[in-house]
Ligand binder design. Structure first.
Ligand SMILES: *[C@@H]1O[C@H](CO)[C@@H](O)[C@H](O)[C@H]1NC(C)=O
Ligand SMILES: *[C@@H]1O[C@H](CO)[C@@H](O)[C@H](O)[C@H]1NC(C)=O
Ligand SMILES: *[C@@H]1O[C@H](CO)[C@@H](O)[C@H](O)[C@H]1NC(C)=O
Ligand SMILES: *[C@@H]1O[C@H](CO)[C@@H](O)[C@H](O)[C@H]1NC(C)=O
Ligand SMILES: *[C@@H]1O[C@H](CO)[C@@H](O)[C@H](O)[C@H]1NC(C)=O
Ligand SMILES: *[C@@H]1O[C@H](CO)[C@@H](O)[C@H](O)[C@H]1NC(C)=O
Length: 620
């Protein structure tokens, strides 16, 4: 046991964390204490209520001007990746030029002190807005004959080899696990022939919306693979190797990816998600007007989380959104109670032997599905011995470059079969590190489930004995109950924790995932459950055909059966009475022992598995 304890230094200190993605303790942490620039702009009383609706007149341009006018260049300085001391200007420019070994090309925009910046000559409010009357709220989920499907990513380029494939189209973007851009899954993906549109005889009365941030650069630390590390090693011996054939482009290639923050495409994903949510559910705002309140949305302090929430808000409310809602920014840092970043609250989540079992599975699987690729690629790279892990990184570079730069030459290096293998490697990783196969999935997800129950029952949480934060959750201003619309932003690992904690056992129907082949029928697919901007709708309904208020859970537009939840009936549209749902979730909360799970001295026995995201039974 002591030996196991020895591995305590594993710290998924980043959220995406234990993903191929946690962050690295040695790297300078980006500060989160500095107020996010756009937010500090909007929170100045710069715009009166009358100005709130001039969005299209003033336009997005003014937003940037606002940042500049109020914060000066320091806003922008803060936005630079890899900056430890954001508001100090000249000295850090050096640091930015070579923040870490893996970086081979950087464009440090914007310059720290541009010579032509005269904010006072660019007033942000010049008046003359023209007419600003608004109309009625849209309600696509209730009014349209069909539901809008989210497909593809128009601004990203797929390599020719995939767009022109013979016969059936192979959708490469759906083969990237948690690095896929979110898409509407097949209508029957989770086993029900139903869609998000309002079922007959029903009306939608509320929505609890949980989403992930948009596409980002690689995280600083990777437990397997990791593009920055590989490119750093290549760089270090750049004079010793030469590439040819399919890899010839690498002779000229430079590593252009930053770290952690949203990419331009990631920004668009959240902006679009905000717009589509408004179109589908805008009518829920009527409820706020009637009760003379505004919504509270939540996100975390981390840069990409906050930027995602801001982009969502601009999409949902339009510019400027000041005065239309309140943004709760919870602190994501070690030791803080945070249901949207529970690994920061739970010490045992930092033990590698508990929380990074996925790495081993991915390594085993990669050595099988990438064997041929290694054989094929090695002769084209003279002077550098590729490992299986290196070849895996070449694969990772395809999604990472595509979502950051719009296109990647690495995509065409691999066959469809190898992309299926890559997709599955991420299923393996997240099954064991975050989802139903992870010993702390339920424990980590339980705080959000407690909050969901509190909101559904309009009853504050009685005891704060998980990741919940009593200071925020016991205050009806920061954590309102009984509203018709909630929006929470988090990480894919937390979405997977929550899906497991809710006891959505149909998603785990195939049992533990094997490392030696792709199971024919698998219900747990990360590209469907936790891609970039993944979103979960907890939809509340009232129906003349069903007794009492109903709830259903819709993941990326696919309706998830609730039949694994005690008492929930088999219902064709996936509905369960709220009362039944709440009773079962309360039982799960009662069965969860945060103290033991997060602070107890336990380990995972050889050969032990879970499909409900629970740790080994406590010895009595
Ligand atoms: C790559 O990772 C290895 C092992 O984790 C580490 O020793 C090495 O310094 C890293 N190299 C770069 C260039 O980041
Ligand atoms: C708003 O919605 C909630 C939840 O559906 C409901 O309890 C409340 O009565 C509604 N308020 C108004 C003013 O319609
Ligand atoms: C709860 O959240 C508040 C606001 O972010 C924070 O100041 C406080 O430290 C948190 N409490 C705990 C116990 O983490
Ligand atoms: C934070 O979480 C711990 C562990 O569950 C709990 O004991 C404590 O009361 C919580 N603090 C707050 C302010 O909620
Ligand atoms: C949770 O799922 C397990 C496995 O399917 C089931 O046995 C149990 O009854 C469920 N519990 C609740 C409270 O839904
Ligand atoms: C919190 O405390 C309650 C009451 O003692 C208990 O039933 C529940 O299991 C605990 N929850 C967690 C998450 O530990």
């Amino acid at each position: 046991m002591d030996v196991e304890r020895g591995s305590r230094e594993y710290k998924p200190d980043d959220p995406e964390s234990e993903s191929l993605l946690s962050s690295n303790e040695q790297r300078p942490k980006r500060t989160t204490e500095v107020p996010y620039a756009p937010h500090s702009c909007y929170s100045k009383p710069q715009f009166g209520f009358n100005h709130l609706l001039i969005a299209f007149v003033t336009g997005t341009l003014a937003c940037f001007l606002c940042q500049y006018a109020i914060c000066g260049s320091s806003c922008f300085t803060y936005r630079k990746p890899d900056t430890e001391t954001p508001s100090v200007v000249p000295t850090e420019v050096q640091a930015l030029a070579s923040p870490w070994a893996g970086s081979t090309e950087r464009h440090n925009f914007p310059p720290a002190t541009p010579t032509n910046a005269f904010p006072s000559m660019f007033p942000t409010n010049v008046g003359y807005a023209g007419g600003t009357p608004t109309g009625a709220e849209p309600a696509v989920v209730a009014t349209a004959p069909s539901y809008p499907i989210h497909a593809g990513a128009a601004v990203l380029v797929t390599p020719d080899s995939f767009t022109h494939a013979k016969g059936k189209k192979y959708d490469l973007f759906k083969k990237w696990g948690n690095l896929s851009p979110w898409y509407s899954v097949d209508r029957t993906a989770f086993g029900l022939d139903s869609g998000p549109e309002t079922p007959e005889t029903c009306r939608v009365t509320g929505l609890h919306f949980l989403h992930r941030h948009g596409a980002r650069y690689p995280t600083a630390y990777a437990s397997y693979g990791g593009p920055a590390n590989f490119s750093g090693r290549l760089n270090a011996i750049a004079s010793k190797w030469t590439a040819s054939g399919d890899l010839a482009f690498m002779n000229e290639w430079t590593y252009k990816l930053g770290e952690e923050v949203l990419t331009p495409f990631g920004r668009q994903q959240l902006f679009d998600l905000g717009i589509s949510t408004r179109l589908k559910y805008g009518f829920l705002l009527k409820n706020f007007t009637e009760s003379n309140t505004i919504p509270v949305f939540r996100t975390e302090s981390q840069d990409r989380m906050l930027a995602s929430a801001m982009n969502f808000a601009i999409g949902f409310f339009g510019y400027p959104f000041e005065g239309q809602y309140q943004q709760s920014i919870t602190i994501e840092a070690a030791g803080f109670n945070n249901t949207l970043a529970p690994y920061k609250t739970c010490p045992n989540a930092n033990i590698r032997s508990i929380s990074d079992r996925g790495r081993d599975y991915v390594a085993r699987w990669a050595s099988i599905y990438l064997k041929k690729a290694l054989k094929r690629l090695q002769p084209q790279m003279v002077g550098y011995d590729l490992t299986i892990e290196d070849v895996y990184v070449l694969q990772q570079l395809c999604p990472y470059e595509t979502v950051a730069l719009g296109y990647s030459k690495f995509c065409e290096l691999f066959t469809e079969e190898e992309w299926d293998g890559f997709d599955y490697s991420l299923d393996l990783f997240f099954w064991y590190n975050s989802g139903h196969g992870y010993a702390l999935a339920r424990t980590q997800g339980i705080g959000y489930v407690q909050e969901l129950v509190a909101r559904l029952t309009h009853t504050p949480i009685a005891t704060h004995n998980s990741s919940t934060n009593g200071t925020l959750d016991d205050n009806p201003i920061t954590f309102p109950l009984g509203q018709s619309l909630y929006v929470d932003a988090t990480h894919e690992v937390v979405v997977l924790n929550i899906l497991a904690a809710l006891n959505l056992t149909t998603l785990a129907a195939q049992g533990p995932l094997p490392a030696d082949h792709i199971p024919k029928h698998r219900s747990f697919k990360v590209s469907e459950l936790a891609p970039f901007a993944t979103n979960v709708q907890f939809q509340l309904l009232e129906c003349t055909s069903q007794p009492g208020p109903q709830i259903r859970i819709i993941v990326n537009d696919g309706v998830v059966p609730l039949t694994g939840i005690e008492g929930c009936p088999e219902q064709k549209d996936g509905m369960c009475p709220v009362e039944t749902f709440v009773r079962a979730e309360k039982k799960i909360i009662g069965e969860t022992d945060w103290e033991w799970d997060c602070h107890g001295e336990w380990e995972i026995p050889e050969g032990w598995e879970t499909t409900t995201g629970q740790p080994p039974k406590r010895e009595t």
